[in-house]
Design a protein around this ligand. Sequence first.
Ligand code: ADP
Ligand code: GLC
Length: 528
Amino acid sequence: MPLNVLMVASEAVPLAKSGGLGDMVSAYGAALRDAGVEVSILMPAYPGALRRALGKTPVGRLAGLPGGDATLIRAQMPDSGLPVLLLQMDHLYEREGLYRDPGGRDYLDNLVRFASLAAAAARIARGIRGIKRPDVVHAHDWHAGLTPLFLKLGGVRARSVFTVHNLAFQGNFPLAMGSWIGVPPELLAPALTDERSIEFYGELSLMKAGIVHADRVTTVSERYANEIMTPRFGHRMEGVLQSVARKVTGITNGIDMEVWNPEIDPLIARSYSAVDVSGKHACKRALQQMFGLEREPFAPLVAIGSRLTEQKLADVVVDAIPAMLVQHPRLQFAVLGEGETRLEQRLIALAAQWRGRVGVHIGYDEARAHQLHAGADMLLHGSRFEPCGLTQLYAMRYGTVPIASRVGGLADTIRDYSLDYGRHGAATGFLFERESVDGVVQAVDRALDAFGNPSLWHALQRNAMERDSGWGRPVARYGELYAALTETRPVTARRRKDAKGVESALRAQRETVGATAIVPDAGLAMSA
Ligand code: ADP
Ligand code: GLC
C-alpha cells in the first residue's frame, strides 16, 4: 500500500499564497504524489480557496474544534489535481487576508483560527469516515505548529514531521489563552520545569509546539538548519532547537520546473533555453518597456523582486541604489515588490528621480514576476536571513544571474563566482556577506565586471540555467525520513509529467494568472 501523507498548511498555491510557503507546499505535494505517495493538503477554506478549488464535495462535520464546528470539504487543486481538504469555518476564515486585516493588523483570533486547523488534522488522523487515515502528518510553519501536539493528545498513531519555513514568524500568544484551545496546564508551565512545555519567554508559541512535539523537524535548506542553532539566526528559539538537534534536518526546496521554464513559459515575450538564450533579448526589451526604462539592449539590467522588508535587506538596498546609479552610468533597475510603506515610498521616489533608469512596480503580480526573471540580466537579492528562498531559483532558471547574501538557502543554492568556481567552473552567481550599502555596492560591482566579459557572462548564465532545482532530490530525502518514521521502504522520485501534463499545467496557469487568481495577503505577508 502506498504511503499516505497529510500535509497541513495555512497556504498552498493557487488557492492561497502570501510567499514561498504556498509555492513550496503545492509544488512539493505534487512531486511527492508523482513519486507514488498518496498526498492531500489540509488548509483553511478561505473564500479564494473555495472559489478556485475544483470538485468540491462536503465529506463531514467536525464538531467541537477550538473555534467551534467545521465542515470538511474534499476538493482538487485546479492545476495539479492534487487532493485538498478545505476546513470550512466561515466565522474564522471568511476574510480578505490570510493572517491580517487590510490595515495590516493581525487578526485577534489567529490562535483559535490555527488551533482549529491543527485540531482538524488530528481528528482526520484519528480517523473519520470517508477519509483514509494518514501514516504521516506533515505540518508546515507556525500556523500548523500545534498539529504534532494534538496528534499526541489524541493518541493518534500517525507519525509527525514539522517543517520550519521561517523562524522569524513564531505564532506567539498570551499564555493564558492556552486553556481556550485545550492545551493541558502542565504544557503551559514554565519551560524549565517540563521540557514538553510550549511556554516560550512568558508566552505560548506555536512554532515551539511544532519543534518540541514533532517526531522529526526539517528546515527548508541545509545551512538554515545549522544557522538557527545560533543566536544570530535563532530568533530566541536556538536553545529549544539545540535541545532537539538530533531530530532536525535540512532539506533544500525544489521549484516547479515546468511553471518556471523559459522554454515553454506562456507569460514571457519570447521563449529561450540554456542552449539558445537569444530569446532573452526580446524579454529584456519587453521588461524595459513595461518598467519605463530606456531601451538600451546592452545596459546591465538588475531586477529586485521580493517582499520589501528588512528580512530582504530592502532598507539597505534602497540606500545603495543611488550610489550604484552614479557609479555605473548605464545601470538600470526594475523593482517588483510590496511590503513596508516607507520602503515602497522610497522606491517610488527613486523611480521619479531616475526616470528611465529605475522602474518600480509596487504590488503583487505573478505574471510580472515571470517577466522580471526572463528580462533581467541579474537579480539583486539581499537577505538578513533566508530559510531557502525561491526567487533566486526562479531567476537562475531564466538565466538571470543572482547577486545575493551568503545566508541560508541562498548560500546553499548559489555558487559564488570566485577563484574556486572560476570561468570554467560551476559558478552561478555572486554572494556577499555584509549587510551594508558598501557590501551591496561591491557585490554589484563584481557582477558588473563579469557582465563586461560576454563569454564569462554566458558561462555564468548557462551554469545557472542548468542547475537542477527540481524536486527529485528533496522528495527522495523526505521519502527517507518518512520511511524511517514508518518503517517502510523509501519512495523514489519520478520525473514529472508527460507532454500532456505540461499542457494542462500551462493551461491552468494561464487561467489562474489571467484571472489574477493569486491574491496576496493584505498588507505584509505572514504574521508573527
Ligand atoms: P518569502 O517566502 O520569504 O517571501 P521566497 O523567495 O521563498 O521568499 O518566496 C517568495 C515568493 O513570492 C516567490 O514565489 C516570489 O516570486 C513571490 N513574490 C514575492 N513578491 C512578489 C511580487 N511582488 N509579485 C509577484 N510575486 C512575488
Ligand atoms: C519562507 C522563507 C523562504 C522559503 C519559503 C518556502 O517563506 O522565508 O526562504 O523559501 O518559506 O519554504
